[in-house]
Design a protein around this ligand. Sequence first.
Ligand code: UD1
Length: 419
Amino acid sequence: MDKLLITGGHQLNGEIRISGAKNAALPILATTLLTDATSKISNVPHLQDIITMMNLLKKMGVNLELDDNFNIVADSSNINSFNADYSMVKTMRASILVLGPLVTKFGKAHVSLPGGCAIGARPVNLHIQGLTAMGAKIKVENGYITAEADRLHGTTLCMDVVTVTGTENLMMAATLADGLTIIENAAREPEIIDLANCLIGMGAKITGAGTDTIRIEGVEKLSGCNHRVLPDRIETGTYLIAAAMTSGKIRLNNTDANILDAVLLKLLESGATITRGDDWIELDMQGRRPRAIDIHTAPYPAFPTDMQAQFTALNTIAEGVGMLTETIFENRFMHISELQRMGAKIRLEGNTAIVTGNRKLQAAPVMATDLRASAGLVLAGLVAEGNTLIERIYHLDRGYEQIEAKLTQLGAKIQRISD
Ligand code: UD1
């Protein structure tokens, strides 16, 4: 298994390009199950999760090819299987995104239950409830969701909890349902808007994406999509923090500051100067140490849970005391014990981490436990004294395209060690 070796203490300076958003590309790839036609999807990040989704779709008969720029060209004329096996779903929970499209387009699906994961239980009850309310007959047996339906019908769904992939699954299902579906208490993430724009390009009738009420008037048929995936706001935020922690100055291109407001406000609070343009963001710490900040995670547009581990890392070396409260996932503090092994002063009280900034961290061998926790450890390694060895970085490869190449370009000393 690959490891990362980071020699800390190098200030980050320079510019890099941000990749397309993993969490938008995954549902957008699943839209290829809603059509018989050919789709073209660009700005898709080259990541393990994307490869997993492509393998899943290929098994169902979608013919996927890459052109020279890693644009994905998908031919959906020969879909002949409606199964998502446990072997696939267990490696990537977002595989559940095939459920809504399969049920609405083919009237059948056999999809493994994702089960829990390192950061929490992560049930899919709201995906199932929503599809049932739209007329699907669903059985959950032997670890699998088996769904059957004639044409789904529109209805009003009021989501008990704001769920991102739940909203996406039901929005996709509603595009081909009979009549009007209204999703109330919908997630408002930028990735939902990107998916809606992709579906609208295919002929779907959707209004309200980006608000908490989405209305979808079902149509008979969708054409293929031709869509460019929006930039990855979590990757963007992670590199901005890397610059803030190393007191550096970086410019990120091919990104969008408008989808990062909550994160940028926290970075301003920590002492960064931020300049933004149409498709770039520049962060300058002017050589200063960041100030500690308080964070409370909540659904978009509030502060994203996917940035909590990175801000925990920032607080470990910041001036002052920062409190981080996690409200979305019940077990998303696994980076803390690893950061403590690097000398971080962190106290955990329920779902709040209280971090007292320490000017220096010490390098130590550490273990990545989930995707964003791994990013927090990389950030800590960038500022620690000595060589930090991070094991199990396959988690990182699920969500960060060419992380060591991008950090090297910014002046970090980081190398991948393959066994
Ligand atoms: C998505 C993101 C993930 C991010 C998360 C929260 C993708 C591929 N992944 O995950 O990176 O961390 O949003 O922003 O987009 N819940 C239920 N029942 C359900 C569904 C969810 O109770 O049927 C709960 C979850 O346990 C959690 C909360 O709702 O507490 C939010 O989870 P959700 O938004 O569904 O996360 P994902 O869509 O899996």
